[in-house]
Design a protein around this ligand. Structure first.
Ligand code: HEM
Length: 435
C-alpha cells in the first residue's frame, strides 16, 4: 500500500524514477497477487515519462492524453485491490506503512488548489501561445551566467503575492506621489537583476505577441521556471492575472511580509490572513533551499549573544562572515546544496543550521516540527506540497477581467495617452476592452 501510494505521489510531481523504484518495491512485496496490475502501471509510468520528455520545450500546453488517464485509473484500481489485501501487506511488511505515516502529518488535500475565478491554464492559448517557451528559454540562458537570479526571481513572486496580491505592484518604481512598494525595507534586498530580467522578458514577449501578457503573470512563470531550472518540480501556472494600478504603502508592505526574526506564532498569524496554513508555511519556507541572506537578516541570532538553538560550528562560520551585525555581506540559505532546489533545507533545520529565526523555529515549534521531518525524509512529498502552496500563493487576490491593466513596462504603470485599448481574453469566450 505504502509503495503504491508513494509511486502515485512521485508520478504526480513528475519524479518518474522514484515512482518506478517504488513500484519495483511493490512488485517484490506484492508477488503474484498484484503482478499483472503492477506491470501495467509500470508501463503507464514509462509511457507518460516518454511523452512528458518529448513534449518538454515543444509545447507548454501539456494535456493529459487519454492513455495516461487510463493509466491513472489503473493505478488507482490497483490501490483499491491492494487495500482489499491490506492485512496481508501490513502483517507481512509492517514497514510498508512508513511513507503513509509521513503523508498523514501534513494537511489532507492531495489535489492542486482550485483555479481562481478569471484565471485559466490556457489563458494565452490564442493570444500568445509561445509565452511559456520564451520565458523558459530566456531564463535557461540567464541562469547559466548567474544561477543566483533564480533565487531572486522566486523571492520577487513571493513578495508580490503577499502584499496586495499577485498584481506586479512590487515591480513598480516609486513615483511623484511617494516611494514605491519596492522601496519598503523588506524589498530593499530584492535583487536588481531580478527586476531587470522581468523587464527584459516583458520586452521579448511583447515583441512577439503584442501587449497581452501581464507583468504579474511573467513574474509567476519566471518563479516557476526558477524552481524547475534549479532542479525542483515542474507544474502548471494558472494565468490571466492583470497588473495593479497602485503600489502598496510602506506600512502595508511591512505588515504583509514577516520579518526573518519571526517565530512560528507570528508566521502562522501572517499566513492565516491569506488563508495559508502550517503546511503551506513549512512548504513555502522551503523556497530557502536556494539563495542568499545578508548579515542584517540574521544578526538577531548572533548579537548580542549566540542563539542557543544554533549549531556551534555553523554559528562560528557565520561570525566569520558577519563580524558585526551590520557587515554588508551575504551567506547561503541552505548550506548543504545552496543552488539546488531540493529538500536539504529541512535537513539543515534538523541539524540546527537554519539561517533565520523564521527557519529554525519551524523545527522547534510542535505545530510544524513533524511537517519539517516529513519533508526532510520524503522529497517527493515536499515537492508535491510546495507546488500546491505555490499555486495557492500565486493566486492570492489576483486582478482579472477588466480590472487593472497590462503594463507595457513592468516598472511603470501605463500612461493613458498613447496607448490603444486592447481586447482581453476573458473566461469562457468573454472579451473585455481594456487599457
Ligand atoms: C515565511 C516567511 C519568510 C521570511 C521571514 C523570509 C525572509 C527572507 C529573508 C530575510 C531573506 C534574505 C534577505 C537578505 O538578507 O538578502 C530571504 C531570502 C529568500 N527568500 Fe524568503 N522569507 C520567507 C518566505 C519565503 C517564501 C514563501 C519564498 C518563496 C517561496 C522565499 C524565497 C526566498 C528566496 C529564494 C530567497 C533568496 C533570495 C536571493 O538570494 O536573492 N521566502 N527570505
Amino acid at each position: 500500500m505504502g509503495c503504491l501510494h508513494v509511486a502515485i505521489l512521485c508520478d504526480d510531481v513528475g519524479d518518474h524514477s522514484e515512482a518506478l523504484r517504488s513500484l519495483d518495491m511493490c512488485i517484490i512485496m506484492g508477488g503474484p497477487l498484484l503482478r499483472p496490475n503492477l506491470d501495467a502501471v509500470v508501463q503507464w509510468i514509462i509511457a507518460s515519462w516518454t511523452v512528458t520528455n518529448e513534449s518538454k520545450g515543444r509545447n507548454s500546453d501539456r494535456m493529459v492524453p487519454e492513455e495516461h488517464s487510463k493509466g491513472l485509473d489503473l493505478a488507482k484500481n490497483t490501490m483499491i485491490i491492494a487495500s482489499g489485501h491490506k492485512d496481508f501487506f501490513c502483517q507481512s511488511f509492517p514497514t510498508l506503512g512508513a511513507p503513509h505515516i509521513s503523508v498523514s502529518v501534513v494537511s489532507e488535500a492531495q489535489e492542486l488548489p482550485p483555479v481562481a475565478k478569471g484565471l485559466s491554464y490556457t489563458f494565452y492559448k490564442t493570444s500568445c501561445p509561445q509565452v511559456e517557451n520564451i520565458i523558459r528559454k530566456h531564463l535557461k540562458g540567464e541562469f547559466k551566467k548567474d544561477i543566483g537570479l533564480a533565487a531572486g526571481l522566486l523571492r520577487v513572486h513571493f513578495h508580490d503575492c503577499f502584499v496586495q496580491g499577485c498584481d506586479g505592484s512590487v515591480l513598480l518604481d516609486g513615483s511623484a506621489s511617494g516611494p514605491g512598494e519596492k522601496d519598503a525595507p523588506p524589498n530593499l534586498t530584492l535583487r536588481p537583476s531580478a527586476f531587470k530580467a522581468i523587464n527584459n522578458l516583458k520586452a521579448l514577449i511583447d515583441k512577439q505577441c503584442g501587449r497581452v501578457v501581464s507583468c504579474a503573470d511573467i513574474t509567476a512563470l519566471a518563479a516557476r521556471d526558477s524552481i524547475v531550472l534549479s532542479g525542483g518540480p515542474d507544474y502548471r501556472v494558472p494565468l490571466g492575472r492583470r497588473d495593479g494600478l497602485e503600489f502598496a504603502t510602506r506600512e502595508a508592505t511591512n505588515d504583509g511580509l514577516p520579518s526573518p526574526a519571526s517565530n512560528v506564532t507570528i508566521l502562522l498569524k501572517v499566513l492565516s490572513k491569506l488563508n495559508l496554513d502550517a503546511t503551506d508555511l513549512v512548504a513555502l519556507s522551503g523556497g530557502h533551499t536556494i539563495g542568499l541572506g545578508h548579515c542584517s537578516s540574521f544578526s538577531n541570532r548572533l548579537f548580542p549573544s549566540q542563539d542557543t538553538t544554533m549549531d556551534n560550528t555553523f554559528a562560528n562560520n557565520l561570525y566569520k562572515t558577519c563580524p558585526t551585525g551590520t557587515t554588508n555581506k551575504t551567506t547561503v540559505l541552505d548550506i548543504r546544496s545552496p543552488n539546488v532546489f531540493d529538500n536539504k533545507y529541512y535537513a539543515d533545520l534538523e541539524h540546527k543550521q537554519g539561517l533565520f529565526t523564521s527557519d529554525q523555529d519551524l523545527y522547534i515549534d510542535k505545530r510544524t516540527k513533524e511537517i519539517v521531518t516529513s519533508f526532510s525524509t520524503n522529497q517527493a512529498l515536499f515537492f508535491q506540497k510546495f507546488v500546491a502552496s505555490m499555486v495557492k500563493m500565486g493566486q492570492l487576490n489576483v486582478l482579472t477581467g477588466n480590472k487593472g491593466e497590462i503594463r507595457s513596462d513592468c516598472s511603470k504603470k501605463n500612461s493613458k495617452e498613447g496607448l490603444w485599448p486592447i481586447i482581453v481574453d476573458g473566461e469562457e469566450g468573454q472579451d473585455f476592452l481594456a487599457f
